[in-house]
Design a binder for this molecule. Structure first.
Ligand SMILES: Cc1cc2nc3c(=O)[nH]c(=O)nc-3n(C[C@H](O)[C@H](O)[C@H](O)COP(=O)(O)OP(=O)(O)OC[C@H]3O[C@@H](n4cnc5c(N)ncnc54)[C@H](O)[C@@H]3O)c2cc1C
Length: 383
């Protein structure tokens, strides 16, 4: 599959499957199994997997374009997709001794039959996912893990979870190990409901692991090396992907607002809202400027990930921090411009506004990213 073919497939799925049911799924808090089925059949679940694993071997550029395209129709599905791509990248980067476990799972992912996700955040350390409170304990040549994972996108729908836990002999707070835990593992359960303000259709419920037995060949990172995988494999793609979700939301807000300004009319003046009020046109223009600015930022991050250089360590946090703010600002402007029609839920704008608030609180949160950037600029240690 080429870049263009992948984006075309995403566009087709977005308009045929996602767009018609996004509103209903949001209302009901319903996870779209149809969307996952279509993404699986299209080959998009194996987008970044290497050819030898049956994937398309495509890079961050295509991942960002596909994710933005999905988010424009339904950000809940886009977030499920993003978490899956991160889970897949982590499995793909597994240490060589995990190959007997990992190889068949990667083939299932490429065939569109396996959805993965990340289970990092814990109730105790909250958004500081890099310091798990749980600790794995030796159990023969494997481990036993008990943990309270506070939000896990696709909880109860994924076939596997990438679980972080302090290494059995870890000394420091970031000495974690990453494990592949299958959904069928005894002791793993969805431990609460998901009834969020936004991204209501992505099943980001808590999960509990109680004495889950994880064999040694399901250990993805070396003991205590989970943190390095989080930083090097997960973080750049997560920040790029959440920025792409933000971009999709902004584009949908611009489209939805334009369409309202063209169709809603002041009958007494014989004009549409857009024809009548220059102030609304100016606010719409500002939304477009911010949206295109975010697109340029994302392109810039893609280039930095394709050709890493000294500034990459700034671009990675900057892009997610900026994207979270832009998505909130653009969708807030859309709410204001579309007035009572948006407020009383006659338009899909209010769903975009609610969904846009998730990016900034998903870890690393916008505040934490700004803290990282400040420390980098001042030459201070990050942790
Ligand atoms: C829709 C959704 C889906 C999610 N999916 C997943 C998932 O699939 N996997 C997963 O592991 N997690 C997931 N999460 C969890 C997410 O990544 C965060 O861990 C979670 O949102 C943090 O919420 P909290 O209340 O614990 O934040 P808190 O840690 O309580 O933060 C509260 C406030 O303090 C600020 N703050 C915290 N630390 C600092 C600091 N050092 N400097 C400055 N400000 C700071 C934060 O920015 C925030 O504004 C998801 C969350 C949401 C909302």
């Amino acid at each position: 599959m080429t870049h263009d073919a992948a984006v075309l497939k995403a566009r087709e799925i977005a308009s045929r499957v996602l767009a018609p049911s996004a509103g209903q799924n949001d209302k009901a808090g319903r996870f779209s199994t149809e969307a996952l089925e279509s993404l699986g059949e299209s080959g998009l679940l194996g987008l970044m997997l290497p050819g030898e694993a049956g994937g398309s071997g495509l890079g961050p550029r295509t991942f960002a374009a596909v994710t933005a395209m999905l988010a424009e129709a339904d950000a809940s599905v886009a977030m499920v997709y993003l978490m899956h791509i991160l889970g897949t990248a982590t499995i793909s980067a597994a240490r060589p001794s995990a190959a007997p476990t990992v190889t068949p799972i990667l083939r299932e992912i490429a065939a569109g039959r396996h959805l993965s996700t990340l289970a990092f955040s814990e109730a105790g350390s909250r958004s500081h996912f890099w310091t798990p409170m749980s600790r794995a304990h030796r159990n023969g040549d494997g481990v036993r893990v008990s943990a309270k994972k506070s939000w896990v996108t696709s909880a109860g729908h994924a076939q596997s979870y990438i679980v972080s836990s302090l290494a059995p002999e870890g000394v420091g707070p970031t000495d974690s190990t990453l494990y592949l835990v299958l959904a069928s593992t005894r002791g793993l359960s969805v431990s609460g409901p998901w009834d969020g303000l936004g991204l209501r259709a992505n099943a980001s419920a808590p999960i509990a692991l109680e004495e889950c037995e994880v064999p040694s060949n399901f250990q993805l990172s070396d003991d205590g090396a989970g943190f390095q995988t989080m930083l090097n494999v997960v973080l750049p793609l997560f920040n790029l992907g959440t920025a792409a979700v933000a971009l999709g939301l902004c584009r949908a807000a611009v489209t939805g607002t334009s369409s309202h300004l063209k169709s809603a009319r002041f009958e007494h003046l014989g004009q549409s809202l857009g024809e009548s009020l220059p102030t609304l046109r100016a606010q719409l223009a500002a939304m477009q400027i911010d949206t295109d600015g975010l697109a340029a930022r994302i392109d810039d991050l893609v280039e930095h990930l394709e050709k890493p250089r000294e500034t990459t360590m700034l671009r990675v946090p900057e892009t997610k921090a900026a994207a979270g703010d832009v998505a909130i600002s653009v969708t807030s402007a859309a709410m204001r411009i579309c007035g009572g029609a948006a407020f009383s839920k006659h338009l899909s704008i209010e769903r975009l506004f609610r969904d846009a608030h998730a990016g900034a609180v998903m870890a690393p949160t916008g505040d934490v990213l700004r803290e990282f950037i400040g420390k980098v600029l001042l030459g201070m240690p990050l942790f």
